[in-house]
Design a protein around this ligand. Structure first.
Ligand code: COA
Length: 183
């Protein structure tokens, strides 16, 4: 369950998220409650509207902007005491491959750390070669496999890189207090 602490702390100054995020002209900020959800981006990372609806209102969405346009997002959800999950990361297709995804993941790590969480976790499909590379480059380690997660929870088969997306690879990063991530 999301705690009051988590909601409160999300409203603090964006300076806690780290100044390195301005290097590429990308600003990352919490999505405000009166702003529309970036559904096109959320569905890039998670192809089922039904599945997105199951978690989006329990979590907090952060958006990456450049020149006033939203080009990426991520969502954090508190899943267990001291543990937060990065459930959805996406970058607009025309802006992929420019480092925005890595910025978002490092920002999520810094946000989780600044909020006092000890572990940040995520799950990604076995077929997501690029995603597995990105998360491991950001410091995540593989900690498990949720066999047959995708056929059990998604209405249609998902293929990526010519591979059936069948199992969810679980990754985690233990957060050392005050440590910086590098991107
Ligand atoms: N092998 C090795 N490294 C790879 C790779 C591959 N096949 N594919 C990507 N990478 C690396 C990149 O080289 C880069 O590392 P580097 O900076 O050391 O070179 C890193 O992964 C990420 O690059 P970046 O440009 O920051 O990623 P991006 O802005 O394109 O964002 C995604 C990455 C996954 C968020 C983006 O492609 C996306 O939105 N995809 C669709 C949605 C999605 O699948 N989301 C993830 C759900 S789990």
């Amino acid at each position: 369950m999301m705690t009051a602490r988590m909601y409160l702390d999300y409203t603090v100054s964006s300076s806690v998220y780290g100044s390195d995020l301005e290097v590429t002209g990308i600003q990352i900020r919490p999505l405000q409650s009166d702003e529309p959800l970036p559904m096109d981006l959320l569905l890039l990372a998670d192809p089922s509207t039904e599945v997105v609806e199951t978690y989006i209102h329990r979590g907090r969405c952060f958006v990456a902007e450049t020149n006033g346009e939203v080009v990426g997002e991520y969502v954090l959800i508190e899943t267990r005491p001291e543990t937060v999950e990065l459930v959805n990361v996406a970058v607009r297709e025309s802006d992929q491959g420019k480092g925005v995804g890595k910025h978002l993941v490092h920002h999520a790590i810094q946000t989780a750390r600044s909020l006092g969480y000890r572990t940040i976790e995520l799950g990604t499909g076995n077929a997501g070669i690029g995603q597995l590379a990105l998360y491991q480059k950001c410091g995540f380690r593989i900690v498990g496999v949720d066999l047959d997660f995708f056929p059990l929870h998604y209405p249609a088969l998902i293929y990526e890189n010519g591979i059936l997306c069948r199992d969810m690879i679980r990754l985690a990063l233990v957060l050392a207090p005050n440590a910086q991530t590098h991107g």
